[in-house]
Structure formats: C-alpha cells, structure tokens
Write a protein that binds this ligand. Structure first.
Ligand code: ARG
Length: 573
C-alpha cells in the first residue's frame, strides 16, 4: 500500500508540473504547525530564484492546479510561499479502511534480507544481572522488528561460555576437593568465591588460567565438568529469559566458535593479513580516514590463547558458513564499541564476510538508579535480574489494588506480570538505546503518563468498549471507516495512517524508541477521542459502526506494536 505522504506528495508534484515547474524535489510533510494546517509543502521556496518569481506567486499557481483535488479539503498559500494543506476527511477515511484490511496495515518492505541479531550475551555460570537486561530487551525488540518488516531473522544468544569464569569454577572445585558435579545453587556460590579469591591470589588465578587453557584445548576431565555446568545453566537461562518474553532461535556461545579459530588464523596468516607483533598475532585495522588511530586487532596472545575478538571473528566465519546473512546486528553495551569496530574492520579486511554484508553495532547506555549511578540494590550490591522483576511485580500488584479493577482471582498474577513486563520494557525502550536512563520504578509502573502501563490501560479500555458493543449488538465491527466527524477523530486517523512509515523508520534507524513514541501518540489521540465521543450511546448506527471500526484498528495497531516491543496486554487491569 502506498504511503499517505507519498500519495499527497504526488498530487503536489502534479500541481507543480502542470503549473510549469520542475517537480523533482517536491514533497509533502506532516505540518510542524498543527495549529495552522495538517500537512505542508515548502517546494515553492526553492524554485523562486530560478523562476524569477516570488515564492507565493508560484504557490498560488500550484494551488490553482490542485483545486478540487480529491485528496485535500483545503490548500492555501501562506507568505512567503508555504502551501498549507488539510486532508480531505473522505479520502483519509477510505485510506484507513484500506489500511485496516491490509496485511501489516499496508506496510510493504522492498528489501527482504537474512538477518542475524546477536544479543543477550549472558556469561554462563554467573547470575544474570541487570546489565544483561538491556541487551535482552532491546535485542528482542530489534529482532521482532526485523521479522515484522519481513526479514528472515535469527536471534543468537551468543553466550559467554568459554572464558576464565569456567577455569575459576573448576579451580575452586578442585581446591575444595569437590567430588560431585555442582548444583545451580552451589555454582552461584562457587563462582563469586573463586572470582574474589583470584583477585588477591596470583597463584590461584594462574591455576584458573591454566585450567581455562586446558579446557579450551580439549582436556576431557574439564570438558565433562564444563558440559554439566552448561546443561544446568542453559536450562536456568531459558527460564529467566522466558519470564522476560525473550527467546532465541540459536543457542550458541563462544565455545561454538572454537573449532573455527585455527583454520581462520591459518588463512589470515597465509593471506598476509595477520602478522606477529611483540609475540602476539595481530591484524591492522586502522584506516586513513581515522581521526584517532585504531589499535591493531589482536588475534592471538603470545601464549597462543585466543581473545574476545578472536571468538567474535570466528563466530562470523561460522555464521557466514551456516546462514550467509546480509546483515548482522550486535546489541551490546556501548562501551564495547571499539571492540566491535575492530571486529567489523578485520572481518571485512580478511574477507571473513563479503564487502556488502552489513555489520551493525547497536550499543546501549547504562541503566542508572535515581542517584544517576549504575543501578544497585538497596544495600548497594549488583541487582540480580530476578529480584528486579519481583520488585516491579509487587509494585504492579499494589497499583492494581489501588485502581480497584475487578479482576478474577485466578487472573491477578498473570495480569500483574503482564503490567510489570510492560513497565520494565517500555521504561527501557522509550529511551533512545544509546543513552543512559534512570530506572524509576514509581514512574515506570504508573498507569498515567508516558509508560507501558498507560499504553496497556488504553488498550484495555478499547477492549472493554468492544466487549460491551459486541454484547449489545452482536456485531464485530468490520464496517468501513467513515469520514471523521470532528478534529479529534481526524487526528487519531492521521496518526494511524502513519504506522507504516514509522515502522520502516524504526527499522532503518534500529530505533525501537520510535515505536514507543508512536504508540504514546496513538494512545493520547485515542484517549482524547474517547473523552469527547459517545461511542456506545451513539444513536446513528452507521456512525457508531465506523467508530467501532476505527477503535478496532487502533487496538490492532497497538497490539502489533507492543508485540514488536515484546510485551502484551491483559484483558482487564
Ligand atoms: N558476554 C559478553 C558480555 O557480557 C557480551 C557478548 C556480546 N556479543 C558478542 N558477540 N560479543 O560482555
């Protein structure tokens, strides 16, 4: 389906053409003065010089040509030469009716690509903490968005499962003379203890490093322990991600990249990309255009051990071989930007990925507490993800009790969980990912304002109207949408017509916050409409059916949008 602004833009192009002007740069945009008009076209200004005419004269000639257009109810020139436009309500209504009956509301993506989204990145055997929350929330939204626009998309959790933490755990087990495989509870105690001890005990740390090295080089005893730790940790991770409504198509980790490292390094050496520098193996990745020189990318340490960079490059070898992606997007803490810049450049330079494969880094900022410092528990420790979820859940239960909704006993838990998830995810996603944000539980769980629960509350309100309407009329509201009867209804309609460009923009810019901003506007427009319109008591049946069709479309758009964001709405709240 053609986008509304394109249709309006083409009509203006026709006007300019027929008035004898170059139409190549003519377009229509949403008005930045909604108090004056709905849309605008500023094309006359740029043509004035060449035409030796005042812009308003050109604008007047164009307006003459589009008089009587089916698309506009009003077109007028405002000096020095703006064309202010109002859309014809009849055309807007027919546009929305078509939108309502089209798949994905008429959104068509031209490019359909193969995408791998690398997000999550938990470190096995360490508890999930809130640092992993943003990766999960933003990554899941980007993945769902990618699927929505039609890409063949795979989410890869890329666990940190091959590093020093494994050596530390095994070292500590040996130290204690443990003769059994650790349980999850034991693990959650062993790792911090080992990590703490290694900070002050060099010998101990060295031992852990040796064990890590041996593990990575096939030591059977260590591999057996490692496999056990993986089994119990992955099961636990799955449960935790489940609670966040986050799931992965691919459960690979750094360990899976291991077999690709040796042949990759061989090739890099043979082709002359990798060379020895102070005993280590490196690849130059600096480029002429760099303002600040990028340090060489280290592939192997002098003892032959591989690094974080090495695993990421080898993972690209594996992805290339198994999926052949057009685009790979990494959703990781923005402090890792240098790492990814090195990886991307080395991958291109060494021909690990083709030149035209897009490698993008969506780096996110820190989640801070109200004091502006990285979020901590009340006692000052790093907060575990589970505790945070519980806290938000309790707060939502409290809010539900205050709001006095009559929710059946058996649905209360499920409802509170849905609201809590919306509070957390929307609170995060409504900020530009790259920026830090403040986690404010009171604000995020509020049913009013720019929050997840407010969006859900709006949806629940629509659901309730639709339920009552169906009970009374037994009609499912599949009527056509009729021309708006007032400005408030028209505003809602114009916003709904903007769904498709919004989604495309959010994908192009990898910006889930644009979806949040959009649904906030939809919710506000709807609530204004709701307060000014008697929907259920409207006597004119045609008009009422049109209202129902309009709010049904509103709900469906909100449903798709929050599904992309990774949460859902309850029936009541
Ligand atoms: N495990 C890493 C960490 O906790 C994140 C992994 C990010 N993804 C990647 N392909 N490097 O910092």
């Amino acid at each position: 389906m053609k986008e509304l602004l394109d249709i309006l833009g083409e009509e203006l192009k026709r006007g300019f053409r027929e008035a004898g002007y170059d139409d190549s740069k003519i377009s229509v945009s949403v008005s930045n003065r909604p108090d004056l008009c709905e849309y605008q076209c500023n094309g006359a200004m740029a043509l004035a010089k060449e035409a030796h005419k005042a812009p308003f004269m050109i604008a007047d000639e164009v307006i003459e040509k589009i008089k009587g257009s089916e698309y506009f109810s009003n077109a007028e020139c405002v000096k020095p030469g703006f064309i202010n436009l109002n859309i014809n309500p009849a055309f807007l209504a027919s546009y929305l009716s078509e939108e309502a009956s089209s798949e994905k509301f008429g959104m068509e993506m031209i490019v359909k690509e193969k995408a791998v989204i690398d997000y999550g990145g938990p470190n096995v055997a360490k508890p999930l903490h809130i640092g992993h929350l943003r990766a999960a929330i933003i990554g899941e939204a980007v993945k769902r968005l990618s699927k929505y626009v039609g890409n063949d998309t795979l989410g890869d959790i890329h666990m940190g499962d091959w590093g020093l933490q494994m050596g530390l755990i095994i070292a500590e087990m040996k130290e204690r003379g443990m003769d059994h495989m650790p349980s999850l509870d034991e693990l959650s105690e062993i790792y911090p203890a080992a990590s703490e001890r290694s900070k002050n005990d060099d010998l101990y740390k060295e031992k852990a490093m040796d064990i890590t090295f041996d593990l990575q080089h096939g030591n059977e005893e260590y591999l057996k322990i490692w496999r056990h730790i993986m089994d119990i940790s992955v099961a636990d991770l799955k449960q935790n991600y489940d609670k966040l409504n986050v799931s992965f198509e691919i459960w690979k980790g750094e360990s899976d990249a291991d077999p690709y490292i040796a042949p990759m390094v061989e090739k890099m050496k043979k082709e002359g990309y990798a060379y020895e520098s102070q005993g280590a193996l490196v690849v130059d990745v600096s480029e002429e255009k760099d303002a600040k020189e990028l340090p060489p990318c280290m592939i192997l340490k002098s003892d032959g051990a591989s690094l974080y960079t090495t695993t990421d490059l080898a993972t690209l070898v594996q992805r290339e071989q198994d999926y052949d992606p057009d685009t790979v997007i990494y959703v990781v803490d923005k402090r890792q930007d240098l790492h990814f810049e090195q990886v991307f450049r080395a991958a291109k330079k060494c021909g690990i990925v083709p030149e035209d494969t897009r490698l993008s880094f969506l780096g996110f900022g820190t989640m801070n507490g109200k004091d502006g410092k990285p979020f901590k528990t009340r006692s000052g420790g790093v907060m575990k993800l589970e505790s945070l979820l519980d806290e938000v859940y309790d707060k939502c239960l409290e809010r539900m009790n205050q709001s006095g909704a009559d929710i059946p006993e058996d649905e209360i838990k499920d409802t509170a969980a849905k609201i809590a998830l919306a509070a957390i995810k929307y609170g995060d996603l409504s900020n530009e990912a790259r920026k830090d944000y403040v986690f404010d539980i009171d604000k995020f769980t509020s049913f009013e304002g720019n929050t997840g629960p407010y969006i859900l509350y709006t949806m629940v309100r629509i659901k309730s109207i639709l339920r009552k309407y169906q009970e009374n009329k037994g009609d499912n509201g599949d009527a056509d949408i009729k021309p708006a009867h007032d400005e408030v209804e028209k505003s809602l309609m114009m916003t709904l017509a903007g769904f498709s460009p919004m989604i495309k923009g959010a994908w192009r810019e990898l910006a889930p916050h644009r979806i949040c901003a959009y649904i906030y506007q939809v919710a506000n427009d709807f609530n204004r409409f709701y307060h000014e319109t008697k929907i259920l008591t409207e006597e004119d049946e045609t008009r009422q059916r049109s209202y129902i069709a309009l709010i049904t479309l509103t709900l469906r758009i909100l449903e798709d949008a929050i599904d992309i964001l990774g949460f859902e709405a309850p029936e009541k709240m």
